[in-house]
Unconditional design. Structure first.
Length: 500
């Protein structure tokens, strides 16, 4: 199914990447031992890689982009073949551990960068050996350019395979995402080649080079932020179009879920409506993976929806195992998905919060503040659509009821005898408001109200209703009385209600 993560494919991909990285790591260890290597350079490249990866640009829940590629390119040029695979792999391992990523994600990322850097270092060594006899030192420049190209190509290929295994965005969206990532990596990689070659000639070129690198990184980061904002606006337009095409609230919920799945990790999803007193929450739409679950209702206190409505602010839970206790919540599962990351955004109508929308992932740290802003904007669009659908439903119901009342009035006016009139009235009450039964008792001025008729011909045990304060109050005030629970009503009214 679309949007469902293929766990088996992801596991095979991770295992395959890890196995593929072993030859590069083995060759790197051998060269590190057998060839003359300056250990301070290895340590410096490791530390630089970790530092530059400290603030990555998130491009996908399972992938990010950072200027650490610059340090890896330096390792490709300055270290023996495949030695950089060890530096890059261990540096990525360190970064992911510090970032508290999942074990399978740590293994995949470390192995993937080891493969990419290992292939690039072998390409550089081969081309250097081919060019060096003729052009000597300048041979490193074309060799480095081809090595950077190989590094980016292998890295993008692995990212695309990950995209297919996860079955996240559509293939078309995946190509656009890979193109943006590739441009940024090539920019950093080729700039690193130029900088390294210049610094080899004169180290003092680092003085103007470092500020230029920082400015370039900030520009790339700003561009990705701007593109994310543009995608946010595009998504909101698509959500507005999707939810505006139906007046059926269930179809509106499905449309919102469908749009959310295209931009956010969505292993589970719900739309909840909270009553005016904020005591009961009705889960109008529940999705467990790709399966819709029946609506549920429960007490609002202690629930994510209730908390979002009470606070009137969105909630970002990066790891449910850790954050639930801090929020005073207890996990109350309603599906098979064991969520780790959760986003909840309140829905407002005319300035009042009436519900919440939530998307959940089995991965910890799957969402960030930008995702929370996106869901909040989608919640606003959904609230407008829900309000419009509810208004249409109430208007349609009122129109049907008015038509039914007109029909009943015409039918009653055509009756000429009292028994027939009362019988038709009893039947009309059942058909109009959906009652299970109707009894009509008449006041003849005596001590009791006498049974006149019912909506059907079943035997009636309670033939008369003795007058009481409650009945006299209803007759005098000419106002209806609602008894919500027949078991708490006084006899004989209780017996009469329980007959049905």
């Amino acid at each position: 199914m679309d949007g469902v993560r293929n766990r088996a494919a992801t596991t095979v991909l991770i295992a395959g990447t890890a196995l593929l990285s072993l030859p590069f790591l083995g060759l790197g260890v051998a060269n590190l031992i057998l060839m003359p290597v300056q250990l301070w350079l290895v340590g410096a490249l490791f530390a630089t890689t970790v530092i530059l990866a400290a603030r990555p640009i998130k491009i996908h829940p399972d992938a990010d982009l950072s200027p650490s590629d610059v340090a890896i390119v330096a390792g490709i040029i300055l270290l023996p073949p495949s030695t950089v695979a060890i530096v890059a792999g261990v540096a990525r391992l360190t970064t992911d551990v510090l970032g508290r990523k999942r074990p399978e994600q740590i293994v995949r990322n470390s192995a993937a960068v080891a493969v990419s850097s290992g292939v690039a270092s072998l390409v550089y060594a081969a081309l250097w050996g081919a060019f060096a006899p003729r052009i000597d030192l300048p041979a490193s420049i074309p060799a480095a350019v081809f090595a950077v190209t190989a590094y980016v190509a292998v890295d993008l290929a692995q990212l695309f395979l990950l995209l297919l295994a996860l079955r996240g965005p559509s293939l078309e969206r995946g190509w656009r995402w890979l193109a943006r990532t590739g441009r940024a990596q090539l920019l950093w990689g080729l700039a690193a080649v130029i900088a390294i070659e210049v610094v080899i000639i004169e180290p003092w070129f680092l003085v103007p080079g470092v500020p230029l690198f920082v400015i370039g990184y900030l520009d790339v980061r700003a561009r990705f932020v701007a593109e994310r904002r543009a995608r946010l606006l595009t998504t909101l337009v698509e959500v507005g179009h999707a939810v505006g095409m139906s007046f059926d609230t269930n179809e509106v919920f499905r449309a919102v879920f469908s749009q959310v799945r295209t931009v956010l990790e969505s292993d589970a999803f719900f739309v909840a409506i909270v009553d005016g007193a904020h005591q009961r929450v009705s889960y109008r739409f529940l999705a467990d993976g790709a399966q819709e679950l029946p609506p549920q209702e429960k007490d609002a206190p202690g629930t994510l929806a209730g908390l979002a409505v009470e606070r009137d602010e969105p909630i970002l839970i990066r790891d449910a195992h850790r954050d639930f206790a801090a929020l005073g919540l207890v996990r109350d599962s309603w599906g098979t998905v064991h969520e780790r990351s959760i986003l909840v955004a309140p829905m407002r109508s005319q300035g009042k919060v009436f519900g919440a929308i939530s998307v959940q992932s089995v991965k910890p740290h799957a969402y960030d503040q930008g995702d929370l802003e996106l869901l909040g904007a989608i919640a606003n669009e959904a609230a407008i659509a829900i309000e419009r659908a509810d208004l249409y439903e109430r208007t349609t119901a009122l129109s049907r009821r008015l038509f039914e009342l007109h029909r009943i009035g015409v039918a009653l006016s055509g009756q000429r005898d009292l028994p027939g009139l009362l019988k038709l009235l009893a039947q009309s009450v059942v058909s109009t408001i959906g009652a299970s039964g109707t009894y009509i008792y008449l006041d003849d001025g005596g001590e009791n109200l006498e049974f006149a008729t019912a909506n059907d011909d079943r035997a009636v045990m309670t033939k008369s209703l003795p007058r009481s304060d409650v009945i006299d109050d209803v007759l005098q005030r000419r106002q209806p009385l609602e008894v919500e629970d027949a078991t708490v009503a006084a006899d004989p009214m209780r017996r009469m209600m329980l007959e049905r």
